[in-house]
Design a protein around this ligand. Sequence first.
Ligand SMILES: NC(=O)c1ccc[n+]([C@@H]2O[C@H](COP(=O)([O-])OP(=O)(O)OC[C@H]3O[C@@H](n4cnc5c(N)ncnc54)[C@H](OP(=O)(O)O)[C@@H]3O)[C@@H](O)[C@H]2O)c1
Length: 404
Amino acid sequence: MSAPNLIFKALGKIRCAQGYAAAASPTSGVRQGSAAAANGAARHINGNHGFHSMYADPSKNGHAVNASMHHPVNGMPAEGVLDPMPFPMNSAASEAAPAPEAPQLAPAAQRKELRELRLGFVGWGSMAQAISLGLLQKEVTIPEGLMVSGRRQEVLDMAEKEGIATSLSNQAVAEWADIVVVAVKPQVVSTVMPDITRVWTKDKILVSVCAGVTIDTFLDTLGQDAKVVRTMPNTPCLVGEAATAYAGSSQCEDWELDLVGSMFSAVGNATHRVPEHLLNTVTGVSGSGPAYVYMMIQALSDAGVHGGLPRSMAISLATQTVLGAAKMVQESGKHPIVLRDSVTSPAGTTIAGVRVLEELGFSAAVMGAVQAAKTRSEELSQTSPVGGASKSRPRSRVRGRRGN
Ligand SMILES: NC(=O)c1ccc[n+]([C@@H]2O[C@H](COP(=O)([O-])OP(=O)(O)OC[C@H]3O[C@@H](n4cnc5c(N)ncnc54)[C@H](OP(=O)(O)O)[C@@H]3O)[C@@H](O)[C@H]2O)c1
């Protein structure tokens, strides 16, 4: 079964009841999904997350660990002396980012909600499906607010089953949409950009999810006054658990960056605005991270099978262990090293396992994997020139580089 089919199988059908006229150009070859606007509410995979309310309290959010309080023996922060909320799960401007020069404020009447805007996906593979279907699940938008393009009709048929308008023409999607999400492989960006550039207007926002493709690369084609937001999400946005970081071009107003941020925070619990150069590291940590965690689950369950557990039970135990450990970090607010210390009793079983992990270079392997992915993202930044007619050549400043 293909990845998109798996995603659809996991999701089931999503239907929304609101009327929303898809304002497709009559000449654009757009097809509106026949199942649009059927009744019934969107089905949710997730229930409520306890930590939502926990993180909603701004008085608890964003406090740093008190660096002067360390574990008396190993120099690590001691249990109980950490700020209860050391890991802000969402930040409009990361603590790593200096404040922007001058806020650009649009009149309140011009600011829009995601629900009011038309969202077009150029390329509808794993990532675009995860984002668009995740947004539908969370009811942040409705099928009639979405339109997607792709190369294969069978993929577009799946979108139409969800009530989403489709087109084989990238240009039609780019023309229709207020926010154009570029969700093709980095190497394909140069193929799709001429289609987008032809119909580009400066009130649109381009959102890229493409690893390593810089904001300047898009500005070179669209023009220096274009609003471009480069993001690095990950596929768990399909289940409302994405981790995303993003940076915008200098033309993006703060409310527009927040709007794009809200698109991703609707489908995940960690959304951070960062300087653009950090997006390569983010790619290594959370963009590619799910693959490393799947490998951890696989390895844990292999070990369980080796020890005599049935495969399904081993996968179940390993998966829940990863989920539970992640929730412990999120919900307790304790540093991971404190949590690890709390389960390693002297001469116990866990410390015996930890010793082997360290002997075999577990931390170094994970850090090396992140570094390799970061390096590859940097390489893609250098080898992804965008073809097609360029609207202007001189480079403008990128807000992400300046701390947005
Ligand atoms: N997957 C992840 O975990 C992840 C995480 C973070 C960021 N990203 C980024 O997300 C982007 C998409 O990755 P993905 O994993 O979703 O890849 P994908 O599943 O291969 O999706 C790409 C889609 O683009 C379509 N496409 C190819 N050429 C096209 C064209 N000329 N016009 C319109 N559509 C075209 C492909 O169609 P065909 O199937 O017919 O080729 C495919 O459906 C990449 O740039 C990647 O760096 C991915």
